[in-house]
Design a protein around this ligand. Structure first.
Ligand SMILES: *[C@@H]1O[C@H](CO)[C@@H](O)[C@H](O)[C@H]1NC(C)=O
Ligand SMILES: *[C@@H]1O[C@H](CO)[C@@H](O)[C@H](O)[C@H]1NC(C)=O
Ligand SMILES: *[C@@H]1O[C@H](CO)[C@@H](O)[C@H](O)[C@H]1NC(C)=O
Ligand SMILES: [Zn+2]
Length: 438
């Protein structure tokens, strides 16, 4: 069990040395992502009327801003807080416009490159310690996560089985961990995926945390023991493997998959708009260059198709589908694509209510909860709606911390508190499954 420990002090102590080492080795190459975010800003826009919202949509399209929240310009409307990442050459124009039009705004991040290099996310590659001292309080590259999965498969075969459900667009295996004691022939199961959207790094960190907690506590914690005895958990730590890899090597704020388009230079599809449920309707874009591009047809992305095939095949025993995103601090359930309540509303609603209360009990962090359409925004072709439509009665999407202070650059220091509180929510939902909902 030494493997599950977290040598914080050692890691902290070795870091400055490591940075120094890198600087000496590669002078001029020490800027992350080739310094491409220097001078970029993240600005919160707060339109107070439909006219202001209309004007903002126009300028956001003109300046080709990268929307952080909500994920598409089409959602910008009166009273909706909108966080945008503006390139350096556009930020002066945007600020001038905002002042001229007297639209409320707030600069969330003054210099994105600096924020990135100040430990709010990625640092230069370090000499990682051996797997037996794995640190769960840092973000890990795809390779590290896959090595970690392999290691667990070799060392914890009583509780973990690792397998692949297919290959990504760029040919990477799509690994899933099946977690739980093989105590009975038939067990209900919970599906958990993280990292559908590449830049939401806290997602994969949570999936790893969940597995660690299960292995560490199932002997001592009665709730975890119950979960491991009575359920299987299918855990996919990185859904969008190509995109996640790209967010480490090229563009920290990449969201989509990496598939090519025959007619456009823009690459990638929004893997959370590519599912066959009201596909490519409201809240999804038909344009390949948009961040919410729905793809040429439903399940066009091999990653989506692989998971959809797996869920279809195992839907009889999968009772819950949980998908981890960031950021907004919300617990969402269907529908995403329309304003309506699901038939199973009261059971699902009470599960969500209890989950967010459990989450809040740890550090007082508040999550909103409700149908995704009315709580976040309308979006079609989402995995959650699809899983629900396919017959999985409990389907949720978490939008983890924060509410925009760091946004996608949630510092590694906040991995532990974020995952600790989220664990309680997930355990609550799992225990809800084991009781009969009236
Ligand atoms: C900012 O620079 C990029 C490329 O460097 C260019 O494509 C874009 O048009 C520029 N935007 C403005 C508003 O000048
Ligand atoms: C996981 O371990 C089992 C043996 O316990 C092995 O059969 C399987 O191939 C391993 N999975 C992967 C993806 O390597
Ligand atoms: C409602 O949930 C129960 C399990 O809690 C399930 O058996 C039933 O099929 C669900 N009904 C619908 C309409 O989803
Ligand atoms: Zn997301």
């Amino acid at each position: 069990m030494k493997f599950l420990g977290k040598p914080r002090s050692q890691t902290a102590a070795s870091l400055p040395l490591c940075l120094l080492f890198l600087k000496i080795l590669q002078p001029g190459h020490s800027r992350l992502y080739s310094n491409r975010y220097a001078g970029d800003k993240v600005i919160r826009l707060i339109p107070n009327s439909e006219e202001e919202a209309y004007a903002l949509k126009k300028i956001c399209r003109q300046l080709k801003v990268d929307l952080w929240q909500p994920s598409s310009v089409s959602h910008v409307s009166e009273g909706i807080v909108t966080d945008v990442h503006v390139p350096q050459n556009g930020s002066r124009a945007l600020l001038a416009f905002l002042q001229e039009a007297n639209i409320l705004y707030k600069i969330l991040i003054e210099d994105l490159q600096k924020a990135l290099e100040q430990g709010s996310g990625l640092r230069p590659p370090r000499n990682r310690r051996s797997l037996s001292e794995y640190n769960y309080e840092v973000y890990h590259s795809l390779e590290e996560i896959q090595n970690w999965m392999q290691y667990l498969n070799n060392t914890h075969s009583g509780l973990i089985h690792m397998f692949s459900i297919g290959k990504s667009y760029e040919g990477r295996p799509l690994f899933v961990l099946k977690l739980g004691r093989r105590s009975r022939a038939y067990k209900n199961a919970v599906w958990i995926d993280c990292g559908i959207h590449a830049r939401e790094w806290i997602g994969p960190a949570f999936c790893q945390w969940f597995v660690k907690e299960a292995l560490l506590t199932y002997k001592s914690d009665p709730t975890m023991r119950k979960m491991m005895n009575h359920l299987y958990f299918y855990i996919m730590p990185v859904f969008n493997v190509d995109g996640y890899h790209f967010s480490w090597t090229n563009d920290r704020f990449w969201r989509k998959t990496r598939s090519r388009n025959s007619r456009f230079h823009c690459r990638g599809v929004d893997a959370n708009r590519n599912w066959k449920v009201k596909w490519c309707n409201e809240g999804a874009s038909m344009h390949p260059c948009d961040d919410t591009y729905c793809g040429p047809f439903p399940e066009s992305e091999p990653e989506v198709k692989a998971v959809a095939n797996f869920l279809r095949k195992h839907k009889k025993h999968i009772k819950a589908y949980l998908s981890f995103h960031a950021y907004a601090q919300m617990l969402l359930y269907p529908y995403s694509y329309k304003y309506a309540t699901i038939p199973n509303f009261s059971c699902v609603e009470s599960a969500a209510y209890k989950a967010v209360n459990a989450l809040r009990s740890v550090y007082g962090v508040r999550y909103r909860y409700g149908p995704a359409s009315s709580t976040l925004y309308v979006s079609s072709g989402s995995s959650m709606d699809w899983a629900y439509k396919t017959g999985i009665p409990y389907t949720f999407a978490f939008e983890l911390r924060d509410t925009g202070h760091f946004g996608f650059l949630l510092p590694e220091m906040l991995i532990q508190p974020t995952c600790t509180e989220t664990m309680l929510a997930v355990k609550n939902i799992a225990m809800h499954l084991l009781r009969k909902c009236p």
